[in-house]
Design a protein around this ligand. Structure first.
Ligand code: ADP
Ligand code: MG
Length: 316
């Protein structure tokens, strides 16, 4: 059966352009599959448009705040429209790296040592006077400093010594109300996607990213040719089994539905460290979930169709 599918894209998050490019590709794929497609940029008209158009399902191609943090998911549940991707709780948890890492530690999921600071802790509680304690707390330099709630490596710095810490924190806090200082893990960077099949979650082949600049930043993520990708990743069978099992565990731990992408670094000691979970993985030309799916013979159109189908089947 061919459905009426609204594709939510754009919006006002800092990842607007990335979302528009994910969204356009998703719309093309849905049209090619014969669906009636309603591309919707997120504006103050969204709710009234959804109420009058009454799509059968919403494909969430939004990235970043409000699209990935549970906000739009909560709204769609209220409106009674099924949507692709994880629900409100999983989205909110994955979006908040500081909270998610607490859950990882509580559940024995390996994640780099870190400290979280809120802007209020600096402004109202004098947290700046304790920055000298940070290196010991996370196991020394280098460290990653990043906003707790952001994506696409926005606001991320790699800091090599104490001199760079305050400025990197200011940068990260200019993107949101909390920042993380995390031990930098040297090693192989992996993105491990999980797709729900009718008989349970299926982990797709890990993708390995090797940015030519050495840093997997915004430009390395979205500019063709700036990063080399290996699909499947260059892993021994033991390493692969380990990261695949870890991704499945994290997907289940957060209660993700339909899809997730777990970002990790496999340290030089051969041990994986989970950095974060994405509940609305990119669908652009250079995105990792479509690459992983292609490696097992699922082309872009089938991937999008799979997500629509599992959303509708779940609601049936
Ligand atoms: N602790 C870390 N060790 C090594 N690399 C890191 C670390 N934290 C972030 N990075 C690098 O920064 C990129 C973005 O960080 P990530 O935690 O995935 O946040 P997001 O993708 O949401 O911006 C990662 O893909 C990785 O290249
Ligand atoms: Mg990431």
């Amino acid at each position: 059966m061919k459905e009426k599918v609204a594709v939510l894209m754009g919006g006002q998050s800092l990842e607007r352009e990335v979302s528009l490019s994910s969204g356009r590709r998703v719309c093309d794929a849905l049209e090619a599959a014969g669906h009636k497609v309603l591309p919707l940029d997120v504006t103050s008209e969204l709710v009234s448009t959804l109420r009058s158009e009454r799509p059968d399902v919403v494909y969430i191609a939004l990235h970043g705040k409000y699209g990935e943090d549970g906000t739009v998911q909560e709204l769609l549940e209220f409106l009674g429209i099924p949507y692709t991707g994880p629900g409100v709780i999983a989205s909110a948890l994955a979006w908040d790296k500081a909270l998610c890492k607490r859950l990882f530690v509580a559940e024995g999921v390996p994640t780099p040592a870190w400290v979280t600071f809120t802007a209020d802790a600096f402004k109202q509680m004098g947290a700046a006077t304790a920055l000298d304690m940070v290196p010991a707390a996370v196991g020394g330099f280098p460290v990653a400093v990043k906003p707790a709630k952001q994506g696409s490596a926005l606001g991320l710095s790699k800091v090599d010594d104490a001199g760079g810490l305050a400025e990197a924190l200011l940068t990260a806090l200019s993107y949101g109300d909390a920042a993380i200082v995390e031990k930098w893990i040297e090693g192989r960077e992996l993105a491990v996607s999980v797709l729900d099949d009718p008989d349970g979650p299926r982990v797709l082949p890990p993708v390995e990213m090797v940015p030519k600049s050495g840093l997997f930043d915004f430009s390395a993520m979205y500019t063709a040719g700036e990063t080399d990708y290996y699909v499947p990743a260059r892993l021994s069978s033991e390493e692969e089994a380990q990261v695949v099992a870890l991704a499945a565990r994290v997907h289940a731990l957060l209660g993700c539905e339909h899809v997730s992408r777990v970002d990790m670094v496999l340290g030089r000691d051969g041990l994986p460290n989970v950095l974060e979970v994405n509940t609305s993985p990119g669908m652009t030309e250079t995105s990792l979930l479509p690459m992983a799916a292609a490696a097992v013979g699922i082309d872009f159109q089938e991937l999008v169709e799979h997500l629509i189908r599992s959303t509708l089947d779940a609601g049936a």
